[in-house]
Design a protein around this ligand. Sequence first.
Ligand SMILES: Nc1nc2c(c(=O)[nH]1)N[C@H]1C(S)=C(S)[C@@H](COP(=O)(O)OP(=O)(O)OC[C@H]3O[C@@H](n4cnc5c(=O)[nH]c(N)nc54)[C@H](O)[C@@H]3O)O[C@H]1N2
Ligand SMILES: Nc1nc2c(c(=O)[nH]1)N[C@H]1C(S)=C(S)[C@@H](COP(=O)(O)OP(=O)(O)OC[C@H]3O[C@@H](n4cnc5c(=O)[nH]c(N)nc54)[C@H](O)[C@@H]3O)O[C@H]1N2
Ligand code: SF4
Ligand SMILES: [Mo]
Length: 740
Amino acid sequence: MIPTLSIPSLVQKTGPLTEQLLLKPKTFGLGALPIAMIPDSTTNMVCGYCSTGCGLKIHIKDGQAINLTPTVDYPVNLGMACPKGWEALRVLQSEDRATMPLVRNRDDGSLREAPWSEAVKLFCDRFKDIQANHGNDSVAFISTGQIPTEEMVFLGSLAKFGMGMLHGDGNTRQCMATSVVAYKQSFGFDAPPFTYSDLEQSDALVFIGANPCIGHPILWQRVLRNKNNPALIVADPRKTETAMAATEHLAMKPKSDMSLLYGLAKVLIDLGAVDSQFVQNHTDGFEAFRNHVQNFSVLRVCDETGISAEQLTRVAQIIANSKRTSFWWTMGVNQSYQGVRTAQAIINLALMTGNIGKPGTGANSITGQCNAMGSRLFSNTTNLLGHHDFTNSMHREKVASVLDIPVERIPTQNSWAYDQIISGIESGKIRGLWVIATNTAHSWIQSTRARELLSKLDFLVVQDMYTTTQTAQLADLVLPAAGWGEKEGTFINSERRIGVIKRVSKAPGQALADFSIFRLIADAWGCGDLFSKWKKAEDVFQTMKELSRDQPCDISGIKDYSMLDQHGGIQWPWSLEDSQRDVAPQQERRLFADGHFFHSDGRAKFIFAEPQSMPEPVCSEFPFVLLTGRGSVSQWHTETRTSKSPVLRSLYPAEPYVEIHPADAIRLTIQAGQQVIVRSRRGASVVRAAVTSTVQMGQLFMPMHDAKTNLLTLEHVDPYSRQPSYKDCSVDIQSWKQNG
Ligand SMILES: Nc1nc2c(c(=O)[nH]1)N[C@H]1C(S)=C(S)[C@@H](COP(=O)(O)OP(=O)(O)OC[C@H]3O[C@@H](n4cnc5c(=O)[nH]c(N)nc54)[C@H](O)[C@@H]3O)O[C@H]1N2
Ligand SMILES: Nc1nc2c(c(=O)[nH]1)N[C@H]1C(S)=C(S)[C@@H](COP(=O)(O)OP(=O)(O)OC[C@H]3O[C@@H](n4cnc5c(=O)[nH]c(N)nc54)[C@H](O)[C@@H]3O)O[C@H]1N2
Ligand code: SF4
Ligand SMILES: [Mo]
């Protein structure tokens, strides 16, 4: 049972610090309207899992959410939702919800409950002590794409401008960093150009390293609504649910995407499918690109990818003959040691064929988490707030003036990336770490190493909804957080649409909105005054508008949350000038309709490179390539949330498994359903064998949802984005007999 405490009893139990804040609920950001005052009714908000950003109608009785249904007139999902969305309220009720701060006892290593006042004091004392002894940059934070943007702004500002940290990164490094860098280099800004109706307007859709049937099921529904009988081309080594529905499944060798895409570009050039006018007027570097792809003869491409010459030509012809082709990619591209150049090979195809800025076109990276897009612009990690640059003095001046803080508080250097922070623990540079809404010990690549290093820290703080996450288990201090549905703010979805979330349910026990935790810490640290104008999430939203001013992501024309509600979310950009020109924002807007890109010369760039081979190729000892990814629609990442719903649990396999091709299984005398041991140079995992021809011979697939998967993966990253390459280590597989 989760104890539900009324606010007066919370005051009694928590002592003066919390009491002081609770007596001033407005400064505390508990929400504009106390929950008990929300009348029996329905209210709309967006889902808190994936970046599709479906609208959900929440049904409220006696001030508490009791049910939900997908919102029919929301432009994203049009009345549909996947099982995770339908079950979103259920997972808030769970015995392992963090309801009180937990402090690690030094003597026996156990965790004990502590009042907020003690927890916050400990947080400040320990981190200040570490900073005093080892420098401000010896404490870092790892954040997330799963909290509202307003909370990201507060966290990033508090950590860097208030507490003096230099290093902080997010789990979006594991996910979207490649797209960010690819777009920035090619277009001049991190600007996914599409709108979801493009899925319905293409004549040909090309999915590269993406399995939307599982990862973005409602976007897949939008594809199915396409009335043009579109060609569906899917490039994935696995015969995924999406590939099974494809007109052409390019079942290529893992990590051979660059050869494939350059080969396609060459055939398209040979077919005369280049939009010369677009290339000439709006791009830069095509000649060099054309010379580069001359090296990718059909023979070479077939050899490197395993794709037949006939299929390569057929696919090029489909693209050449289609009036509107859209290109979509996700983790099969981003999570690669050459992810940035692979993403740019996709962008190049869209540019050279003029498939951008028009309905049904685009070089479109689909985001992962509900607010990864918010994190890309506003987390104050890799980029200074509002996608500015820490190393640019004009940008620092602008941000300092919007926040009304001394400019000297803004670091003049960039942060380390996630992998560098983890390595920084090994070298002794990072000694304190604050982890917010991510489960590093499970999801980080080569997790055995990550866990060892997390355990070496002088002080680890984990701020999460649940006490049982693999990372919380290692923490010295656990801060109990409210989750989606228990707090307010906005998320930005894959098509740049800003949507609102609301407080429709009480957080259990003394769990607090992350916003409120940041407020408590800011005050206790002694830097609360810097952020005194942020009394609730919507105050931060007003700051975000100013931060975005004159950036490509300008949202200064969005008045407030109620305007977002009223319009079914609003896509960026929507500037003050836009709002003065037009009556209302159109519901579907795409970028680059005028062919103008964000580089100073207005042109998009063709960027390319020579493909590299896998750093850990298969060998006689480890003869299989291990692919990893999403397993089912009902599982979310490390399963802290989805495993709490009996409905979702009943929809996915009870035990972790590895997919193996029938021919390999016969050769190794592995029976379907038996236990097998999968070994890599890092570790070994015992799982069930799923014998299936969805994987090719010599390849295995394990879903990322069980912690056993990342025990095997190899830490290596893209050199430009530093995104981990999760889908290409070499392993061995054998029957497992417990006593044998
Ligand atoms: N149900 C569910 N939905 C989710 C999530 C979840 O956990 N559960 N997570 C969300 C998040 S954060 C993200 S980032 C997205 C991820 O969404 P996706 O990227 O669609 O999911 P993945 O399964 O990680 O990877 C996609 C495909 O890449 C393929 N692949 C592997 N190696 C290569 C390669 O070298 N080349 C190519 N072309 N393909 C390759 C894999 O076989 C896999 O089918 O899903 C989001 N949606
Ligand atoms: N092998 C392999 N590994 C992968 C991947 C892969 O394809 N293969 N994919 C990678 C990708 S794309 C991603 S995005 C990562 C995801 O990896 P993680 O971010 O580690 O995964 P989650 O399980 O979503 O963790 C989110 C945590 O935040 C908590 N939480 C949820 N809401 C809130 C909130 O409002 N406040 C607070 N404080 N906490 C909250 C949840 O309980 C959970 O513990 O995994 C990566 N790891
Ligand atoms: S598709 Fe994504 S946003 Fe829509 S209901 Fe499912 S998890 Fe939520
Ligand atoms: Mo992700």
